[in-house]
Design a binder for this molecule. Structure first.
Ligand code: ADP
Length: 484
């Protein structure tokens, strides 16, 4: 059985070789639960990135010509390796990221499921033949891999966010240069260890840690990189879009959210509470699909608030490694400070604390699961992502008002609503300007469905049959002179 430390690789992977940074510099990786250093990774920059891109471009020549069946086999082996090492990989993830072990295990399984899905999709990159307007010509449409892909990933799902990018990239025949977030690099470097184990050819997956600015700058400006895929904040996404525009790269952007969660008078109360707990407090509120705003209709408001607060009080705060923990630490001190700032802004504007509302007695980066009542649209969380365990509850009167408030944001990633009225299910889901809508469900992500935001929440889809399109170029070939 493997142990978490077997996957703690303190080097970058460039062209099949594990190396240090050119200047020997390193970055500390901190366990957010204990504040202790659990290892270091190279502080690489533009020169190492150029070499990784060159290696990926060289590997692309051969890899893009392998059969779809061969690539499917590699991906299947990768998903099996992930599942075989689920416990070790989950522990590594919890140690650097903080989430409860059960959530970390679920994340590893999610990653394996995405990889498996794309192993299956690899063989379905069908083209078309189109009826020709010319008697002596034929029209074919084929799909080919875009080339070298630059993949930049965040710290909240350090393993599965990379799965969503490596899966479609390899399925389509692309090669990858990945840069994980500096807070959680080990779960990404672990993909390199697994890739080696299952025989992914050298240079197909390269993984760099270090300066986001230098590595991101090179990935977005280098002519050999044909696509940038990014998951992270809207601000950094906009920056990368601007940088990638200079060389007209394909882009996929999974950016921030500001998810509304609507509870109508006719909702199943118990179900709505369970959904709200899952959609709010998973990963300590640090997901882009986490509920940011709960809108509850006047007739059910008080009963919902009471039941939701009671369920929130059952949440167990602690180290993710401890049995029974359901809420781990926040990723860093800045995240705790942001949560505190959002709370004091809300209190100053009339919100009241129903439960929680301060740092947890454990100290460090732990914050209590918090429910606020009397939220209103002048408060910061009406506009911006909290990314922490605060659940603000707003009261509304009518369906029109709820939909208007839900859509009143520049974000458009996930939205949730609870009702048992069939007509309302269709009316509201059609009017919500969101890429993902959960009706009577608080957790809806799956590899078989398209994940992606509208408005400033992003461009492109991950997972599902649509997820491969972003990694493929469509080519039209006209064959003429057929003598007909
Ligand atoms: P979060 O708010 O979730 O930390 P960020 O958008 O800051 O999200 O970070 C997501 C990823 O983007 C991380 O891998 C981070 O290192 C990277 N990143 C941050 N700034 C830049 C940049 N200027 N260029 C390229 N990547 C960046």
């Amino acid at each position: 059985m493997s142990s978490w430390s077997d996957f703690r690789r303190e080097q970058i992977l460039v062209g099949g070789r594990w190396t240090s940074a050119d200047n020997g510099g390193t970055l500390d990786v901190i366990d957010p639960a204990s504040g202790e250093i659990i290892g270091t990774v190279p502080d690489a920059g533009a020169a190492e990135t150029r070499r990784a891109i060159d290696a990926a471009a060289a590997a692309f020549v051969g890899f893009s010509q392998t059969t779809a069946a061969a690539r499917a086999r590699i991906l299947r082996d990768l998903s099996t390796a992930l599942r075989d090492n689920q416990d070790a990989l989950a522990e590594l993830l919890t140690r650097e990221q903080g989430k409860p072990l059960a959530e970390a295990r679920a994340e590893i399984e999610t990653g394996a499921a995405y990889i498996q899905w794309f192993a299956e999709e690899a063989r379905r990159t069908y083209g078309d033949t189109i009826p020709s307007p010319w008697a002596d010509r034929r029209i074919m449409v084929t799909k080919s891999p875009v080339g070298v892909v630059g993949a930049i990933t965040p710290w909240n799902f350090p393993s599965s966010m990379l799965a969503r990018k490596i899966g479609p990239a390899l399925a389509s025949g692309c090669t990858v240069v990945a840069k994980p977030a500096s807070q959680t690099p080990f779960s990404a470097l672990a993909w390199g260890v697994l890739a080696e184990q299952v025989g992914v050819p050298a240079g197909v997956i390269n993984i760099l840690t270090g300066s986001a600015h230098a590595i991101g700058g090179e990935l977005t400006s280098n002519l050999l990189v044909r696509k940038i895929t990014f998951t992270g904040s809207t601000d950094v996404g906009k920056l990368l879009l601007k940088q990638a525009a200079e060389t007209v790269k394909k882009v996929s952007m999974e950016l921030g959210g500001n998810a509304p969660f609507l509870v109508f008078d006719d909702a199943d109360l118990e179900r709505a509470v369970a959904g709200a707990i899952a959609a709010k407090f998973r990963n300590a509120g640090q997901t882009c699909v986490c509920t940011n705003r709960l809108y509850v209709q006047a007739g059910i408001h008080d009963r919902f608030l009471e039941a939701f607060a009671a369920a929130t009080r059952n949440i167990v705060v602690g180290s993710g490694l401890e049995r029974g923990t359901t809420l781990g630490p926040l990723i860093d001190e800045a995240a705790v400070a942001k949560v505190e700032a959002f709370l004091s802004d809300a209190l100053a504007k009339g919100a009241s604390i129903i439960t929680g509302g301060r740092r947890h007695s454990t100290g460090g980066r732990f914050y209590e699961a918090t429910v606020l009542a009397n939220a209103n649209s002048t408060m910061h969380f009406a506009r911006d992502e909290i990314f922490g365990p605060i659940a603000p509850v707003f009261k509304f009167e009518t369906e029109d008002e709820a939909v208007r408030l839900a859509n009143d944001t520049q974000y458009g990633l996930a939205a949730y609503f609870y009702t048992q009225d069939l007509g309302r299910i269709f009316r509201v889901s059609e009017r919500l300007q969101y890429g993902l809508v959960g009706v009577n469900e608080g957790l809806i992500t799956t590899e078989v469905a398209p994940f992606g935001g509208l408005k400033e929440s992003g461009v492109g889809k991950e997972g599902s049959k649509y997820g491969l399109d972003d990694y493929l170029d469509v080519k039209y070939v006209c064959v003429g002179g057929l003598g007909l």
